[in-house]
Design a binder for this molecule. Structure first.
Ligand code: IPE
Ligand code: IPE
Ligand code: MG
Length: 252
């Protein structure tokens, strides 16, 4: 990382970063909203509100550096265990965010996709706007922003296994022909490249059920920054770290 010497803001050489080759698909576990709020004696939900600016700055950074795929973890299948008031806030907030931001995403040529179980208990009004946002931006190819919502890596594999079992039962697939491709083609987003860089904020060093199949060979980068304080410079730092790693995929 370089600094410009005046205000110590990190300066990244975007062009050099692009030339070295950016990851095909960046996964981001946006964590630490509650702790950010707690540090300021604010309700946890204020942390979620402030996470919006972080997300949209990360999207701008992704566009700037030329990422084609980014998946952000917004709500897990386990997050239903939180207090009902926090869950209700997150549902309302995401609906509101999509209503306010859909124009901007569309104008930026961002294709928005949701991965996860897109059904109850997600409120109907949110499901509707999720669907509308996907349809409206489906023709864009500049950046695909996947939002993992009511997403769990195990649930995704269970859903793929069910689809596979149905095909076996119907005689469309022989059990002996089941291979990695038959599983990956039944995941939520079969055309997405594998996640090759996975970033988690807030200092936690775990996957929390995120992209278990897709991130099998991802480079992991853990950043102590709490999600509401995340900015594109943190994304650039992670990409630079990725570019320094030697990827072997089991070979020598
Ligand atoms: C991430 O921040 C947002 C969601 C999981 C919805 P958290 O709400 O998990 O924040 P911490 O981890 O409690 O600080
Ligand atoms: C993972 O964060 C889920 C999201 C960021 C949406 P959590 O905060 O829910 O994960 P744990 O509970 O610390 O593992
Ligand atoms: Mg958390």
């Amino acid at each position: 990382m370089m600094t410009n010497g005046t205000n110590e803001q990190p300066v990244h050489d975007i062009e050099a970063m692009r030339q070295r080759g950016v990851p095909d698909h960046v996964g981001v576990i946006m964590d630490g909203n509650g702790r950010w709020a707690k540090q300021r004696d604010l309700p946890r939900t204020d942390g979620h509100t402030r996470g919006e600016e972080a997300l949209f700055d990360a999207v701008e950074g992704a566009l700037e550096v030329g990422l084609e795929w980014m998946t952000v973890y917004a709500f897990s299948t386990e997050n239903w265990k939180r207090p009902p008031s926090e869950v209700a806030f997150i549902m309302w907030f995401n609906r509101d965010l999509l209503l306010r931001r859909a124009d901007e995403l569309d104008a930026r040529e961002v294709r928005v996709r949701f991965i996860g179980r897109q059904k109850r208990p997600i409120p109907k009004s949110l499901l509707k706007i999720m669907d509308e946002t996907e349809r409206r931006t489906a023709h864009h190819r500049r950046l695909t922003l996947q939002i993992a919502f009511n997403y769990g890596g195990r649930a995704e594999l269970v859903d793929a296994a069910r689809a596979l079992a149905e095909d076996v039962k119907a005689g469309r697939l022989q059990p002996g022909r089941v291979n990695e491709k038959s599983i990956s083609s039944r995941l939520y987003s079969p055309d997405a490249p594998d996640v090759d860089l996975l970033v988690r904020t807030s200092g936690e060093r775990r996957l929390s059920n995120f992209m278990l199949w897709e991130a099998a060979y991802a480079e992991l980068v853990f950043d102590d920054v709490l999600w509401p304080d995340f900015r594109r410079t943190h994304l650039f730092d992670a990409i630079e770290e990725f570019q320094k790693r030697t990827r072997r995929f089991g070979a020598v």
